[in-house]
Design a protein around this ligand. Structure first.
Ligand SMILES: [Zn+2]
Length: 438
């Protein structure tokens, strides 16, 4: 994985218009000219004050707080700012004054004098639309932050995408089973299982038999603020003996195998046939997506989630490929959202076609996907979600059981199971459980 990432970053650096310093760990590589601050904008929100620095390139930065008096210090490496620019920001109830200066002859330091303690958050935004590179600083009021921590824990959102639909039937089995119907049935079962779990909420990209372009599926996932997108499909192959499940993540530097490449072409084809925009060759969008993916490690997360799901699928179906495969599936190109595509089985294999139609098999598949997803988010839920919450830990002793631990810690057994992805009853002595907040 580490090698893949390095290779990926190297390739990324070669893309036109993207500086190598965009990638974490490669900061400042190969660039010697200064970045310029072109403008500073301030906006006030309910719980925080936002400052946006418009830059003419990518800059490495760091931010920290100083106390008594309260200050936030922002250092932007190898950057320049016109004299007096900070003066255009008016003092307000939080920011008393702003000062700036040059450090080490080349770095820019900006000091915010504040009236109360804050927690700063910062992130970079890639050019998009009319906006160029931006460095965003959010100053969160510490008081509202602790209050929010205690009261609001959001759900992890899982976008479930039933492949194909409407005039695009997908693959058809020998007995006439259509991929678009199977994917929708499994999607609905998966939705039910996910919504039964505390801390997770499912959103379907389509709820009925209708055609949807790939980019509309991505938009739907993005608009629902999904933390993960799972696209469901069923494979087909001329040889009816081909069988088994496989799972895919996006690749940015070529497919992991010829089969993976051909499959991606097949799954992308609906948009070429029926849609007016082909996402796969939309250059500008692809570039923006790559930029985004590189900054957030989205592909690595996708591979991680993919192998959790594959690990669970193994118990209900034969696995066609033992590892998560990679190819350029257009539907997996949602910026910032880890995404996987599951070929549940071969609809072209008469035996698998039969099991794909069976409701008990569909249930098993949906349950296995839910468990894989649960296992991943029990480890790596995004901050601010209930699944990332922790009210301490519990080390399992010999003879402990889940019900007794829940009673001892005054939480529900269902919550304890969901927070730790405990889908079976066996515990191991020494195993550490997270105690969720109630
Ligand atoms: Zn498909």
């Amino acid at each position: 994985m580490e090698n893949n990432r390095r290779k990926f970053l190297k390739n990324l650096a070669g893309l036109s218009g993207l500086a190598a310093s965009a990638a974490p760990g490669l900061a400042n590589a190969g660039s010697s000219s200064a970045t310029h601050v072109q403008d500073i904008r301030l906006s006030k929100n309910k719980d925080y004050v936002r400052l946006v620095f418009d830059l003419d390139g990518i800059a490495d930065h760091s931010i920290f707080t100083l106390h008594k008096p309260e200050r936030v210090v922002l250092d932007i490496k190898k950057s320049k700012m016109p004299h007096g620019m900070v003066d255009q920001i008016q003092a307000n109830s939080l920011i008393r004054s702003i000062r700036s200066g040059v450090r080490n002859d080349k770095d820019l330091r900006i000091v915010f004098d504040l009236s109360k303690a804050v927690t700063p958050r910062s992130f970079l935004l890639a050019p998009s639309g009319k906006s160029g590179h931006r460095l965003v600083i959010d100053l969160h009021d510490n008081k509202t932050l602790t209050r929010a921590k205690r009261t609001h824990k959001r759900d992890v959102i899982i976008a479930i995408d039933a492949g194909h639909g409407g005039k695009d039937p997908g693959a058809t089995g020998r007995s006439g089973t259509r991929e678009k119907n199977i994917t929708l049935q499994i999607a609905k079962r998966l939705e039910k299982y996910i919504n039964q779990q505390r801390g997770m909420k499912a959103v379907l990209t389509r709820k009925n038999d209708r055609f949807m372009r790939l980019r509309d599926r991505i938009h739907k996932a993005r608009d629902s603020h999904a933390d993960l997108m799972i696209s469901l499909h069923a494979d087909s192959f001329p040889d009816p003996r081909a069988r088994g499940s496989s799972i895919y993540a996006l690749s940015v530097d070529g497919a992991s195998s010829e089969t993976a490449r051909m499959l991606a072409e097949k799954e992308n084809a609906a948009d070429l046939l029926f849609g007016d925009v082909n996402l796969a060759v939309d250059d500008q969008m692809v570039k923006e997506v790559l930029f985004d993916l590189s900054l957030t490690g989205t592909i690595e997360s996708s591979l991680d989630i993919g192998s959790e799901i594959l690990g669970q699928i193994k118990s209900v179906n034969r696995v066609h490929k033992k590892k998560v495969q990679q190819a350029g599936f257009a539907v997996l190109k949602a910026p910032n959202i880890p995404s996987v595509l599951l070929e549940t089985a071969f609809i072209s294999n008469p035996r698998e076609e039969k099991s794909l139609r069976s409701s008990s098999h569909q249930q098993k598949v949906a349950k296995a996907i839910m468990r894989g997803v649960g296992k991943y988010f029990a480890r790596k839920a995004p901050p601010g979600t209930w699944l990332a919450s922790s009210d301490g830990e519990y080390r399992v002793n010999r003879g402990d059981n889940i019900e007794a631990i829940a009673a001892k810690r005054k939480i529900s057994e269902k919550d304890l199971r969901a927070r730790n992805a405990l889908y079976a009853d066996n515990l191991m002595a020494g195993q550490v459980l997270k105690i969720p907040v109630s």
